[in-house]
Ligand binder design. Sequence first.
Ligand SMILES: Cc1ncc(C[n+]2csc(CCOP(=O)(O)OP(=O)(O)O)c2C)c(N)n1
Length: 634
Amino acid sequence: MSLLERIDQPADLRRLSESDLVALATEIRGLLVEKVFQTGGHLGPNLGVVELTLALHRVFDSPKDRIVWDTGHQAYVHKILTGRRDGFDRLRKQGGLSGYPSRAESEHDLIENSHASVALSYADGLARGHELRGEHDRSVVAVVGDGALTGGMPWEALNNIGGAPERPMVVVLNDNTRSYAPTIGGLAAHLAALRDGRGGFSVFENLGLTYLGPVDGHDIPSLESALRRARMLRRPVLVHVVTQKGRGFDAAERDELDAFHAVKPMDPQAAAPRPVEAPSPDASWTSVFGQELVRLGESNPEIVAITAAMAEPTGLLGFAKRFPDRFIDVGIAEQHAVAAATGLATGGLHPVVAIYATFLNRAFDQVLMDAALHRSPVTFVLDRAGVTGDDGASHNGMWDLSILQVVPGLRIAAPRDGSRLRELLAEAVDITDGPTLLRYSKGAVGPDLPAVGTIDGIDILRRSGPLDVLIVGAGAMAATAVEVADRLAAHGIGATVADPRWLLPVNPGMADLAIRHRLVVTIEDNSRASGVGSAIAQLLRDADVHTPVRDFGLPRSFLPHGKRDDLLSQYGLTAQDISRAVVEQIADLAEGNEVNEPVAELTAAAKQERTTKDERSTRYPHSSRADAHGGEAA
Ligand SMILES: Cc1ncc(C[n+]2csc(CCOP(=O)(O)OP(=O)(O)O)c2C)c(N)n1
């Protein structure tokens, strides 16, 4: 029986000898390498915290003591030690283990949001709670990376933690010198000085915490003695632990790009270290963006690219290499990225802020009150918009269209294919009177979907049969819209597939198109709540156009982890499901609402003078299904 098979809960660790622990660490690394390369997931961060996690679970008594993991991508070892060793075959698969802590999985897990830099705030709240409830025998431990510490929130939390010297708290700083890339800024320099013993008083001491360290994060006895001391002090303490990302797997240790921060499924034997310039895989939305931005940067010296610690995942490495002076990594600091971009724009530049859709949520206020209020020419590029899947609820980019459509003056585009991404990016960086935003999906970009015509700046992608259904697919969902049209044609139902390119605010030309059809169908991989569908419905209401709108999108809920295609199918966002629902709805529509104009007249009609509101309302009496919203798609 292996040592690992004898560990079903943290208490089992306390029976092991020092040499057993060293052997166990090796077994854990073997398991991580084997399983994470099978499913894909976070490898480097977990290889780095094996000894630290063992020491934490030997010194502290979870779940009575509370251990919270910042971001949570480094909690695999914690999962292995808390009874979930056998779940790793189904890591990140639907119904299987989550890639982050999960309260449904274990009482040892407390935070599952996976957005960096929040754990110290949770810990502060937990410690205050223990104090208020008189639970003085419980410890609170927050584990935070040096990358996550570049965010603003930990400093808000440290301000509170350091200001309460009587309240016990253990902050473990897991310093591996990297986020994905090496951590940037004054903090990184300060930590380097502390690691080298030339730091003087640490910033943490100056804020009121006791500083212990630096501690060798791969030496279990040293770790345990520092953690015991920290607990014993019964005051706020920061333990500075120095670890190596990717530790124990040669290719990860030597990987300059990101120390195998996250890996795709592959044979571990084939995994090789990559230089910093490793190109993003071709034909992804990310790489199309990255290449186009370099091209635009050649002729437009005002373009400055900004990342919040994610240059490679957002496709900015090429730009960083070509224009190092015009590339800025701000650390995991999305709010700062947006406000600083506004500052750059005020100074006459055109910043392009490339960010995952889910992480822009955090900087909503800066988009609204900084970039938009000041009508600053900042371009936001949201990667991983829509359903991203494997990383679960917190990583889906399914809120941006809802929260950002309320921002005055923000123009939002959702390119449907690679060519549109290039065109729209070029248009966006040419706009000088306000902020612009592009959003696109994760993964491979499909084949181009050429337009067969254009009306009022709206691309028409398909025109078939009578003017029954107008279909609008947001971004990558345009391909689904085209497929729906083809399926409807097989049922004798005519369809027009429209792509407004600039999605929000809604192009008023949509009203003219909608009035000529019997039903408007919108398809988006955003929440249906205040999504594109509801924006179009609102425009039609305002224009007194009573063509009913059927909006297909995601339910207002947190999606489970799983494959993007499986999730889209689970929520009815396949061409098959949508066309079935549309066929039913067309059959239901009132008889009097028949086909309006012959196919060939559509384009000509659009060019004619716009129909007046009065004419519209007499020609299209209010339909009982106007603005119809089906039940939640799920
Ligand atoms: C708000 C936010 N922005 C970006 C990310 C993406 N992200 C996940 S882990 C990570 C790097 C974290 O670095 P660090 O905290 O040092 O942990 P390490 O992976 O080095 O162990 C980043 C940028 C995130 N999870 N949350």
